[in-house]
Design a protein around this ligand. Sequence first.
Ligand code: FEO
Ligand code: CA
Ligand code: CA
Ligand code: CA
Length: 669
Amino acid sequence: MSSSKQGHTEAAPAEWFDDDELPTSATASGTIGDVIAARLARRDLIKGALASSVLAVALPEGFMAAQPAKAQGAPQGAASAFSFKEVPAKVTGDHEVAEGYDADILIRWGDPVLPGAADFQPRQQSKASQAKQFGYNNDFLGYFPIDGSKRGLLAVNHEYTSTELLFSGLKSVAEARNAATKQLTKETSEVEMMAHGGSVIEVERGGDGKWKVVPNSRYARRITAETPMEITGPAAGHERMKTNADPSGKLVLGMLNNCAGGTTPWGTWVTCEENINYYFLGPLPEGHRESANWKRYGLPGRRYAWGNYFDRFKVEKEPNEVNRFGWIVEIDPFDPNSTPKKRTALGRFKHEGAAGIINPAGGQYVLYSGDDQIEDYCYRFVTKGKVDTANRAANRDLLDEGVLSVARFDADGTMRWLPLVFGQGPLTPANGFQSQADVLIETRRAADLLGATKLDRPEDVEANPVTGKIYVMLTKNATRKADKLDAANPRPANVHGHILELTPPGGDQAADVFKWEILVKCGDPSVAAVGATFNPMTSKDGWFSNPDNCAFDAMGRLWVTTDGNADDFNGRADGVWAVDTEGAARGTSKHFYRTPAGAEMCGPCFTPDMETFFVAVQHPGEDGKEWLAWGRDSTFDDPSTRWPDFKDGVPPRPSIVAITRKGGGKIGV
Ligand code: FEO
Ligand code: CA
Ligand code: CA
Ligand code: CA
């Protein structure tokens, strides 16, 4: 989800905020005022730096005292594990990949997925047409080989819709985010519901090296906000999961705001519900038993108008419907008739992703997941059973039983996984938990009680398949106060983010205690006040802010994608950066691919042979005000870019890009 400046509808503020930029935890102290203050300070800093060409301008309040920008890192001349010529960091209406590579559009919003899909007509999208076409705002990408790295399935999340870019006639972001806006009808809501969810497409690399979507594939599938899904695990069938439409508490329609995810070794797609609060309208009844639960999840978020037309998105009509979202969903991409399963054992929060690894020490599957909100937590799930690599069906319900834990980072460089188990510690009836189902439905409150570490907006958490080390992307936390710092969150008003590295003892991913350290603090290393710690070999194009998603290639090299790098007048678009983690080059970053203006970089995903790098360009043309050259809202009728079609009347289209090397070969080698 973009970290752009949208917010709630009633107040009609001059600036808008995504609520993931604000904390909901009870003891957090940040306010919208803090976000604004940090943002303004940063704008002044960047503008001042640009205007004067003097980088060390007056420090905005809240920034750390000057510290050496090259405090960490290697001697000049150490070799990076990556070999390519960097793209320039800047903002334009188009994308760009490193010299010697092709970046080809594979599929765009509105392209056909299912047989009989209508041609894309941006002014005449309907529920029926959108239901068969590729959805909006592609995020996670998972590649499932059929014929190695030449043919396979791509599973794609469609996280959300940028309403102001979907429909003609909306004059501003504020209007598009206001459920009372008259142009937001039942019909537009239905288009948006069909544009959410996911797609499974079959893709094939031709003799010319180019990737194509296989038309009319028997695997092709669209998942939408109406696809029937089964609820499994400890919360299935619980009273708090029952609704008028589903007295069983085990069947829900659709998945919402699916951000990142993972692929399991048994060939399933795990896809993660993130900002589920956006879809629900209020009012919030006083004294309702779910009030504290809702508050902690930012419910109701009131960003979409759907609740005006569908009662299940009205909290006063269906107070339990919200408990049926916020889960990790497991889907078999090879069976388009299979029922997706919401795996409640993995907890309910604003999941960013769910990347896993087989524990070399015990054979369990270990999934990591960040809760993408300011001052929320990093989680781990360890299955009770072991992965059976010889028998796919034996793993079918592996994710229904296991132990969910939350991370506490200590100043001595150790971190402890605190189990979220009913009856243990404070997770008892005295604190309102009657069962494991209660613990899972209110995972955030349970984690609060355990004393987990409030992180600077944790997003992707992934294990390096070669070294077994875990990497945690922390996007930012503008509200972090100087008196609320800790070792794992060491910068006040942290607008740039940082990356944590966790090391399991002896490679045991199920161990209770890990070691941790900071891989890199992000931001411009040439501005001492920023306190960035990239390796000095990092070029002026190589640094980034706001790490969000990441991927490892088959060599165990880390590729980081950003969300919000362009915000706050950094003067650079989001994109892909290759980051060294080992040896003397550790902490060196190189810029590989740049998105068009307004886009966030999602979905980084390699084929096993490392010859293709699929990336997802999400919400191109959003956040018009953040691009100085544009400086105003970007809408369907007045978009900041028309990428990738560049045709009059056609709005920007979120798309998947296939990156390959000219003449063939592995990426970045
Ligand atoms: Fe959907 Fe956390 O980005
Ligand atoms: Ca994001
Ligand atoms: Ca993301
Ligand atoms: Ca990832």
